[in-house]
Design a protein around this ligand. Structure first.
Ligand code: PHE
Length: 348
């Protein structure tokens, strides 16, 4: 047998063995290049055919073709086999391993409390309204009947944009709203009474963060304007809200207070849900928890938005949501709510 013939047959055998051990398509491709590629084994052997003596050429040429066909056939077969078994990638990748889990998100405690409060008021016929976080001095203060000398208006208590001299008294100066009450003004400017809205949203005040204060917090504002609205209506709505939010046994009381945009103004307390009004650390021994500022809409506010105070009356309230979440979930430090620590958030 001719030397080249021997070499060809050995090559065929070697290729068959190597193919049998190949487990994936990328290794198969490497092998294919090695044997059948332009600079591979078989082209190199084919090139030697030219040097074979003429008499032996036909036989050697025949072997060459047979070997070539055999190897090509083996590659095709193996490729089909691997594709069918679904193996398309490199070894070392275990396709039976479970995929990377994408943790299911959940609602932040503040969002939960907010959604719940919104649902309670919607059941009482309130419609959700919205307003910008970046307000102007007029909507946040002037239209709400806040006098220029009110201490909450100073740059120590309000975040202003482009503060220059005393431009924080200018009605057009921009600020981060310190309360959701400016939404009252926006709604009344764009709608005629009667109206019944709530507005959940973020507010901002330059407080030094501690266990009970942050630089931003959430409120729900409520506003009801119609003919013959009374303080009793306000108390009824707040009492119903407190029972829905904290439980049927909860009582509310109103204490006199002052807000420029309501007259009379009150603060609304709910009996402490921790000690059922007996007095504990959370309610500082009083048996009551403050849940809202509220009051009858000041006629001056109606005048600022073009409502006739002789014809219409209304009530408004505003409550902080952080405090409700803290009481609800027994959270003792407000900062926990904003650190995005999953170990904390996973508990809710
Ligand atoms: N805006 C008041 C506050 O932030 C709360 C309030 C709203 C009081 C509406 C009365 C009426 O403290």
């Amino acid at each position: 047998m001719n030397e080249l013939q021997k070499e060809l047959l050995e090559t065929a055998e070697l290729a068959e063995n190597e193919l049998a051990q190949t487990q994936d398509l990328s290794a198969l491709e490497t092998l294919r290049v090695h044997y059948l590629g332009r600079k591979g084994r078989l082209p190199a052997l084919s090139a030697k055919l030219g040097k074979v003596p003429a008499a032996e050429k036909p036989a050697v040429g025949k072997t060459l073709n047979q070997v070539k066909n055999k190897i090509q056939g083996l590659f095709e077969q193996k490729t089909a086999e691997l594709q069918e078994s679904g193996c398309t990638t490199a070894p070392g990748l275990d396709l039976s391993l479970p995929g990377r889990r994408r943790g299911l998100g959940r609602k932040h405690p503040i969002t939960r409390v907010m959604d719940e409060a919104v649902a309670i008021f919607r059941r009482m016929g309130f419609i959700v309204a919205d307003g910008p976080d970046i307000e102007d001095v007029w909507h946040n203060f002037d239209a709400l009947n806040s006098p220029p000398e009110h201490p909450s208006r100073t740059p120590e208590d309000t975040f202003y944009f482009n503060l220059q001299g005393d431009n924080w008294l200018n009605p057009e100066t921009k600020l981060l709203r310190t309360q959701t009450s400016p939404v009252q003004i926006r709604v009344m400017q764009s709608q005629k009474p009667p109206l019944r809205i709530i507005c959940p949203g973020r507010c901002y005040r330059p407080d030094t963060p501690d266990a009970t204060h942050g630089m931003s917090f959430h409120q729900i504002e409520g506003l009801y304007v119609d003919k013959n609205v009374s303080l009793a209506d306000l108390k009824g709505v707040l009492a119903h809200y407190a029972k829905e939010m904290f439980g049927n046994q909860v009582e509310v009381r109103l204490r006199p207070h002052y807000f420029p945009f309501t007259e009379p103004s009150v603060e609304c307390d709910a009996s402490c849900i921790i000690c059922a009004g007996q007095g504990c650390r959370v309610c500082k021994g009083s048996g009551w928890l403050e849940i809202a500022g509220a009051g009858m809409v000041n006629p001056a506010v109606f005048e600022n938005v073009g409502y006739d105070p002789e014809e219409y009356s209304g009530y408004a309230f505003g409550m902080g949501l952080e405090r409700i979440a803290m009481i609800r979930y027994a959270i003792n430090d407000l900062r926990l709510l904003y650190e995005n620590d999953l170990r904390f958030l996973h508990q809710f």
